[in-house]
Design a protein around this ligand. Structure first.
Ligand SMILES: [Zn+2]
Ligand SMILES: [Zn+2]
Length: 280
């Protein structure tokens, strides 16, 4: 696997390259704008050019860049106004990704509110179809596994697969697997037999080819807790062995593994080094 982390774009979108390098990240993930703000940011021509120029000059020129969509967007919002707002913001995310030449846009399927899970699955697919009818993107959309807190969709591999099944432009949709989320959702990772059972399910339902990105986070809470609290690698309930196995797992040889752990820059650098050292 290629080891990296989430990187800040504070002040300048193009500052991500230098920041990723400073923690020895081999690949990285960004938000394409402040993720807690609805209003879309439109970057100047100069900023976009500088982003492409710095990428070319950096070691990241030939690596995929991952973006994570805003947490405000709910692709299956129960409320009509919220859904319209989410769809508009999502289309803007796609456009921003294309301007920046982003390879993958990771997004959580969303919360189905007072509706049923099946309704949510259909609504997410409908939103994806709506967005791609309006603007056919270059960027590939990655549906992320979730911990299943509240009424959030995506806590079983089958749910992500069912969404993709209903999408018209299937080649534009693939998956991101977050270790903390699937563990919190109940998938076994805490020992190698269990991890292998989980990998078998992922292969069968999602297929390895469509898992384009992993999020590498340990979990503060127990398996099946459905609570989403990330911990540093080896410092949670998953433990180091699962990560050691995964970084050396051949089907994901060149797949990005992105850390989203607490502790800031020093912790990122430390965990990136730790994971690199686990590679054989
Ligand atoms: Zn996420
Ligand atoms: Zn999480």
């Amino acid at each position: 696997m290629k080891i990296g982390c989430h990187v800040s774009i504070a002040q300048n979108i193009w500052a991500c390259f230098e920041r990723a390098l400073s923690v020895q990240s081999e690949v990285f993930q960004i938000f394409t704008q402040n993720q807690r703000q609805w209003k879309s940011v439109h970057y100047s021509k100069e900023d976009i050019e500088k982003f492409h120029e710095l990428r070319k000059q950096s070691p990241y020129g030939s690596e995929p860049i991952v973006a994570h969509a805003s947490y405000l967007i709910n692709l299956c919002a129960d409320d009509e106004q919220k859904l319209i707002k989410s769809r508009e913001a999502f289309v803007e995310e796609l456009k921003r990704c294309d301007l920046l030449g982003i390879d993958y846009l990771v997004i959580h399927p969303g919360s189905f509110g007072g509706q049923s899970l099946e309704w949510g699955i259909e609504k997410v697919a409908e939103t994806l179809n709506f967005a791609m009818d309006y603007f056919e993107p270059q960027v590939q959309i990655l549906l992320e596994t979730t911990a299943g807190q509240g009424n959030n969709l995506g806590f079983r591999f089958e749910q992500l697969q069912a969404i993709r099944e209903q999408v018209k432009l299937k080649e534009k949709v693939a998956y991101c697997v977050d270790t903390c989320h699937i563990f919190a959702a109940g998938y076994e990772l805490e020992n190698l037999e269990g991890l292998n059972r989980t990998l078998t399910l992922a292969k069968k339902i999602l297929t390895f080819e469509l898992i384009k990105v992993w999020h590498f986070n340990d979990s503060m809470h127990d398996r099946g807790s459905r609570k989403d609290r990330h911990a540093a690698i080896g410092e949670g309930k998953i433990g180091l062995a699962a990560f050691e196995y995964l970084v050396n797992y051949k089907p994901f040889d060149t797949t990005p593994a992105i850390l989203e752990i607490p502790g800031g820059k020093e912790k990122f650098a430390e965990n990136i080094e730790l994971l690199k050292n686990l590679r054989k």
